[in-house]
Design a protein around this ligand. Sequence first.
Ligand SMILES: [Zn+2]
Length: 358
Amino acid sequence: MEIPNLPLVFDGHNDTLLNLHIPNRGKGRSFFERSETGHIDLPRAREGNFGGGFFACFAPNRRQDGWSEESALSITESGYTVAGAPPVDPSYARGLANLLTTRLFRLEEESVGQLAIVGTAGELESCLASGVVATILHYEGAENLGPDFGALEELYDMGLRSLGLVWSRPNAYAHGVPFRFPASPDTGPGLTEAGRELVRECNRLGVLVDLSHLNELGFWDVAETTDAPLVATHSNAHALCPSTRNLTDRQLDAIRDSDGMVGVNFAVAFLREDGHEERDTPLETVACHVDYLVERLGVERVGFGSDFDGARVPKEIGDASGIPKLLGFLRERGYGDAELRKLAHGNWLRVLRQTWGG
Ligand SMILES: [Zn+2]
């Protein structure tokens, strides 16, 4: 479906690399062929005005950790609670992150000019102008750096431009939120001293520090330490969906005051007011988070962070090819062309330029 004059979407988060990498997730699909498995491949990106995004490298817990999201889940009277995931071995995380990074470089090579890994705002801008799918190498969880965060500089030189301090588990730097609903994101201690040092090192190099998955005390510690705009790449409004993964009004105000931004997550569990993993969730529910965040932060500080290939998304969006339906819906709701362009990619471009420098 083609809706004319819709801007390209640059997106704050996907788990496509892991989906392609793990046979029982991606079923061996190729990024270059249209598939019904997963959410993003090149043909569906083209159909859906998907101009690129943050491509996450994430190391899931292994069977030997004795933890899986399914087995850790318990249903409560008003929602659910997932017993906290244990930390993973940093050497394992680094090894898997290396494989996923290699995979992204291979995609760039095989795409013969259709996909590029960007390291500057200028490169991102020219990709968006010419229709080259722009990718940012993002590490979700600082354990991916390996046992010593001294590796950050070498990874930066290779192309790393964004780092989530944590996934939803603890590591040497910070504590991620366990998945709970309804519950506050204030779930444990803040950053460790190493965590504060890592934030300063990210500032020095010009690496974006992603706040999604971080608990509330950690959030405030980053806010106090960093000199960059505060960014949550894939989180929603806690006032509309009280999941630990979402941001409270106070957090949103701090993001606004730092001139940072939030990428709206399409995961139904972080959208719905009942927290249910229900694909039959209307576009209206996504739009309500967009409206709320725009109201609270300003239209300059909201974008998208789909969580494609990492989460269950509304049926009407379906996958990357469905993005125009959401943009069309927002347009009908009253968002003008200039506003849609900001939400779609303009705000990401602005925040990345500010964070990376140059
Ligand atoms: Zn995530």
